[in-house]
Ligand binder design. Sequence first.
Ligand code: SF4
Length: 425
Amino acid sequence: MTLMEEAKSGRVPREIDLVAEREGIEPGKLARLVAAGRVVVPRNVRREGLEPIGVGEMLTTKVNVNVGTSKSLDSPEIEVEKALAAVAAGADAVMDLSTGGDLDLVRRKILDALKIPVGSVPIYNAAVRNDLSSQGLFNALEKHARDGVDFVTVHVGVNKNSLERLRQDPRVMGVVSRGGSLTMKYISDTGEENPYYAEYDYLLEIAREYDLTLSLGDGLRPGCIEDASDRAKYMEFIMLGELVRRARQEGVQAMVEGPGHVPADEIQTSVKAMKHLTDGAPLYLLGPLVTDVAPGYDHITAAMGGVIAGMAGADFLCATTPSEHLDLPTKDDVIEGTYVTRVAAHAADLTRPGVRERARAWDLQMAKARADLNWTGQFEAAINPARAKQIRHRRGVETDTCTMCSELCAIRLSKEAMEREAARK
Ligand code: SF4
């Protein structure tokens, strides 16, 4: 039985129990959310020692961090180092998006090094091996599943139907998803349908065998503000909704990926439409980036969109780094992107049903420490204590206030005034 089938049968598998304990939710309730497909707990049956996470309704917003080689920079060791740095910075999951060097070696090293869920994109393997064929795509999927990957992105929504919408409604930037463009190339080179879509039942069979969670990819995500929310994108949402339903019928867990570059005022509509069309499937977003003009700051443009999306119901944010659109991220970029995305996820959690009380308690802890000018307490409550400490002590000035207002510290002045007032009465 898959984890979803166990949950449907009324049992509470060990992984669901562990997630429920960590999230402070009643295990039976979490099992019902998994059975309904509104929460996924990615875990491959072959993965040993996994520390499972839950993604979806009533749970905290999760953060995924991408690592992976390219043809220009293909060191497996550096990518493992980045993955470990992401975990240390609080990533909930890591995806290996390698496209250079020995892809199998990088994936296996990352799987060996981490205890959190690991995702991948099998079509890259097929493309790098010059085997972009139906057999090549399914071989790659099965190989990733056999290695123990917990979730895979499959661009099943890029098919002849959605590409026709793209032809009728051309974009400034076309298709910017790597997997989406490779699928498009396959369709245009062969004249055949996307194999993952045409043989979706076979794909589900493989997923069932390894209890692989599907991440139905947003192959047609908009790559710029001008292309946001067009017909091709909505056609893809509709198809992904149908494919989520078929996955659930087969006991396969599925989440859905979303855009991309989206202006702030369109994010809520986009998220609500995706949730509606997929019957509440967990939603995994890259960004959304709220502007195109901030290379070097795209971890911030993505975090802005991530908060709005999280408030509207997005469940899983993919970290964007300062290198987005510019370069393969360094380890420092990965760390920065992870923390900034965690800030966005937490800001969304402050408004999220089921978790906002816990999220607000964390902010209250910080507020109380600030009110007491308790610096140790502030560092303990900080999302990145080391960064807060380093900035606080960098000038070597040690006072009970900070150097921002020094003697005119508003917190101290108002506290003293309130104490005098209280003594007068
Ligand atoms: S000095 Fe100013 S910024 Fe610093 S703790 Fe006091 S009120 Fe806050």
